[in-house]
Design a protein around this ligand. Sequence first.
Ligand SMILES: CC(C)(COP(=O)(O)OP(=O)(O)OC[C@H]1O[C@@H](n2cnc3c(N)ncnc32)[C@H](O)[C@@H]1OP(=O)(O)O)[C@@H](O)C(=O)NCCC(=O)NCCS
Length: 209
Amino acid sequence: MENRKPIRRNTVHPILIDIAFPITTPRLMIRNVMPGDGKAMHEVLEESWTDLCNWMEFTNHGLKSTDDTEKIIRENHARYILREDMMCAAFTHDGRLISMCGLHDPNWALRSFDIGYYVRSSEHNKGYATELANALTRFAFGALDANRVSISAASGNAASRRVIEKLEFGLESVTKFDAYLPDGSPTGHASYVRYDIESLPDLEVSWAN
Ligand SMILES: CC(C)(COP(=O)(O)OP(=O)(O)OC[C@H]1O[C@@H](n2cnc3c(N)ncnc32)[C@H](O)[C@@H]1OP(=O)(O)O)[C@@H](O)C(=O)NCCC(=O)NCCS
């Protein structure tokens, strides 16, 4: 706490902030979504739909067509340019899309970001979510000058909570009820936060300069 850098209020207009994607880790390349990603994202959604329907609110709207998925990608590309959100895609080094993830709800004045992710079902339990969330956390503090990085999971989402706990985020709050899961059952959320990268598991991560 005592050694933490002083927290400054950001005064630069967000659209002028340069963002050093892509991020490279031993197994992944992570970058903002780009026009043309829709087809691969649609394949991931199709493959993973049953798992996603357990936890992800967007599944309430049903599985979109490839074109509608490309529309979502392009809208999010535009939001990235405006620095309103940073939806990302994580690929293996041979180009296979592994995860849709991101640094969401950026508050550029506070320099706070919220990490989100899902991993394609055929790649679960191989450490990908842990690797990409570690990388996004390091990127937020190291390249975006973050003061605060959060991750939340539905209380019963044991796999996601395990990812966050492996990364030693601190538990900040647990709500009893604040949302409905896609199946209509009520849920609370566990919210975890980091104010620095202290004790974050080692990971070789680099990004563009
Ligand atoms: C949550 C999710 C992203 C995890 O991705 P992943 O790449 O499989 O995660 P990792 O392999 O890095 O770590 C998963 C950990 O959870 C554990 N785990 C998996 N299923 C579990 C379960 N049902 N109960 C308890 N732990 C579980 C794994 O054993 C592993 O821990 P370990 O390394 O100690 O063995 C993935 O399951 C997913 O996409 N789920 C659907 C969407 C979702 O829930 N997104 C998160 C919303 S907050």
